[in-house]
Design a protein around this ligand. Structure first.
Ligand SMILES: Cc1ncc(COP(=O)(O)O)c(C=O)c1O
Length: 380
């Protein structure tokens, strides 16, 4: 393995991010949602010892507001802000006030998704009791469609003939055809930037929780590892890590088959890549959200890609250590394991490191990667 497998930007350490809005509003809103609780921060002392670092923790997002992924944090705040703007409500309004304002103007929510985001928007539709239209690519599994539909009779799921990008275009077009249709999308595109920016703000709650959970143990994170799809979560991670006087290292991770940020960073240029199938469905994105790209260029310390097998092995490890983690979530562990063998310094794994792995989703079914399946078959 050569160092070229890691992108490293030593200048990112000192870079400063300044929030242009008050993210405490998002935290206060999340606390008003039914069933809000901090997600667990689980220590992995054995892994810290193996890596030769001070501590490793996993932020376990397998049960966030009753859903098996972190996405509801962004989708809920994005929906709240969009409906509040549409109905001219103040940002400290209650959910009841929001729901009755949405009814008054017949709000309809739209989104395109690979799965978790769409289910989160569908859940917000249920909370507000408004219709939701979700669009998915032709790669969508029946199981994923059913999970979104399980949010209730107010949800319609449509599978389009094309890719995820085609599903986004369809969702956008449909949202504009309906009076008071609102597209709640987590990736920005030309002319559509405000809702994705609110979704990024919504994810900050997860990072503030991490900070407070570590503070209770007298610790501070030195490295946070985040999976990247379109990059909205990663954007929130960089913002947190490089603001308020903090200089926390950010290590991003993507599947080898869909490493849009990694390739963009290496080329120092924003462009779309071709992706192919991966068990890390939520990370299968070919274009970094354009509002997040400038933040990544300045603020990502290191970026790494992982194989399907490395991801599968990381899932097995986490599950064996009591952490309920699916493919996108376990990618963070696979990244530090790989980083430790290639270049521990560049990946933020110094001896005194306190590393936080964001495990963004709980366990789910996925096809066992081929080389692992072959090994299992060959066993006597
Ligand atoms: C479980 C999971 N983890 C991580 C991500 C990546 O988040 P983002 O697309 O904001 O980069 C996604 C995106 O859908 C996801 O579903």
């Amino acid at each position: 393995m050569s160092n070229s497998e890691i992108y490293h930007n030593p200048e990112a350490r000192a870079w400063k991010y300044t929030y242009d809005t008050d993210i405490r509003l998002a935290q206060a809103f999340h606390r008003r949602l039914p069933g809000y609780q901090e997600s667990p921060l689980v220590p992995l002392p054995e892994l810290a010892e193996q890596l030769g670092i001070r501590a490793v923790f996993v932020k376990d997002e397998s049960s966030r507001l009753g859903l098996p992924a972190f996405k509801i944090l962004g989708a809920s705040w994005g929906t709240f802000r969009a409906v509040a703007e549409q109905t001219i409500l103040p940002l400290d309004s209650s959910l009841e006030e929001l729901a009755s304002a949405a009814h008054r103007v017949n709000t309809v929510l739209f989104a395109a998704t690979e799965g978790n985001h769409g289910r989160a928007v569908a859940r917000m539709g249920k909370i507000l009791d408004v219709p939701v239209h979700i669009f998915m690519s032709r790669f969508a599994s029946r199981e994923t469609c059913q999970k979104i539909e399980s949010e209730g009779a107010h949800v319609t799921v449509t599978v389009v003939a094309g890719t995820y990008d085609d599903a986004v275009t369809k969702a956008y077009d449909e949202s504009r055809r309906v009076p008071n249709g609102l597209l709640i999308q987590d990736n920005a595109f030309e002319g559509y930037e405000r809702v994705p920016a609110w979704i990024v703000e919504g994810y900050s709650t997860l990072l503030v929780e991490v900070e407070q959970q570590l503070q209770h143990q007298g610790l501070e994170a030195s490295t946070i590892v985040t999976p990247i799809g379109v990059g909205s979560l990663g954007h929130a991670v960089v913002a947190h890590c490089k603001s308020g006087g903090k200089h926390i290292n950010v290590l991003t991770v993507e599947p080898e088959n869909a490493a849009c940020l990694h390739h963009n960073l290496k080329a120092h240029k924003w462009f779309t890549i071709e992706t192919s199938a991966t068990i890390m469905n939520g990370l299968n994105c070919g274009t970094v959200s354009p509002i997040s790209w400038p933040v990544f260029v300045k603020g990502v310390d290191a970026s790494i890609t992982i194989s399907e097998v490395e991801c599968h092995n990381a899932i097995q490890y986490l599950n064996a250590h009591g952490v309920n983690s699916g493919p996108c979530g376990a990618a963070s562990l696979a990244a530090v394991r790989k980083g430790a063998t290639i270049d521990p310094k560049a990946t933020g794994l110094a001896e005194d490191a306190v590393v936080v792995l964001l495990s963004t989703e709980g366990a789910r079914n996925y096809p066992i990667p081929r080389s692992c399946a072959d090994l299992i078959k060959r066993r006597p």
